[in-house]
Design a protein around this ligand. Structure first.
Ligand code: MN
Length: 322
């Protein structure tokens, strides 16, 4: 027994016995094996106090660019959630006027209402219910994000998510890009019998999401039509964030509700989720970009010097104008 503790011995025995089918023992070995593959929750974020972004987005900031949390969520750096809110009809378009970005991508999910975007690189368009806009600022753009003209005049419910996705150092100064994708163009897939996914980016179930990314990323949302337990395959070494948009989910015997965000360990290859009927979650998964970050306002770079350069370039008009 010298040199082995009890656990090591059990592990060796399990390895040796794993090819045998022992009645009554199979279940034990199976569950023991799969438990060790589970990603663990390492951070649980309850909804923060809401604040206005411009006059159009009343948001909970669920993730922020900060060196202490970035390694857990990278390449995802920020998430703002504007929960359902009714806006009265208005002749003015509410939102955020002209402002710059450099070094990352802003991804906007319109769940209700419509958003119109216009940027100095020539990108632009309106996204409505279920649509997604994936805007790569990269070397720099100036843009505006407003409620669409039609939605403003009509009024009604508004709900959206804005995500900031970091770019690797090698891509931070690449050309800006705009992708606007309609709800109908996202491939659907089933997880179990009662949970339907909408694939926005990456690969799930041998299908590819239409949004192009600059590093390996899987983004999808899942809607449970009835109570069901699903197993989410997520790669070893990848970061995973789950945000509850509707209803309630249960992971490892704990319930998580609407507007709660969960961050998972890099270790492990599976997340088991019990979803309640009518629940909806957003899943963000990606290969971490393990590079230093230096974030300041609308810029996310690697060093302080690059931030100063970004401010100078914006002020001297190098990021263009609308
Ligand atoms: Mn912006």
């Amino acid at each position: 027994m010298k040199g082995f503790n009890r656990r090591t011995v059990v592990k060796h025995l399990m390895g040796a016995l794993s090819f045998l089918s022992i009645p009554g023992c199979t279940k034990f070995f199976t569950s023991e094996k799969s438990m060790s593959n589970m990603k663990k929750i390492i951070h649980h974020q309850k909804p923060t106090e809401q604040h206005w972004v411009g006059d159009g987005f009343f948001v909970h900031t669920m993730m922020q660019p900060h060196p202490s949390t970035y390694s857990m969520t990278s390449p995802f750096i920020l998430m703002d959630y504007a929960p359902p809110r009714n806006f009265s009809p208005s002749s003015a378009q509410k939102g955020v006027g002209e402002h710059p970005h450099r070094g990352f991508e802003t991804v906007t999910f319109a769940y209700q209402g419509e958003i119109t975007h216009r940027d100095s690189a020539g990108g632009g368009g309106t996204i409505g219910q279920g649509d997604v806009q994936w805007m790569t600022a990269a070397s720099g753009v100036v843009h505006e994000e407003l409620h669409s003209k039609e939605y403003s005049e009509r009024g009604g419910d508004f709900e959206m998510v804005q995500l900031w996705v970091n770019l690797p150092k090698s891509k931070k100064m690449s050309s800006p890009r705009y992708q606007g994708v309609k709800d109908k163009d996202f491939p659907r897939f089933m997880m179990g019998e009662n949970c339907e996914g909408r694939l926005i980016a990456g690969e799930v179930d041998k299908k590819n999401g239409p949004c192009l990314t600059h590093s390996p990323i899987n983004v999808f949302d899942l809607s449970f039509s009835r109570n069901e337990e699903i197993s989410l395959p997520v790669g070893e070494g990848t970061n995973t964030v789950i945000f509850v948009l509707r209803g309630k989910i249960e992971i490892d015997s704990t319930n998580y509700h609407q507007k709660e965000l969960l961050v998972f360990s890099r270790e492990g290859q599976e997340i088991r989720i019990k979803g309640e009927a009518k629940s909806k979650i957003l899943v963000l998964n990606g290969e971490p970009i393990d590079e230093p970050i230096f974030a300041y306002g609308p810029f996310v770079m690697n060093t302080r010097e690059e931030i100063i350069e970004a401010i100078n370039d914006y002020q001297s008009g190098k990021m263009g104008h609308l």
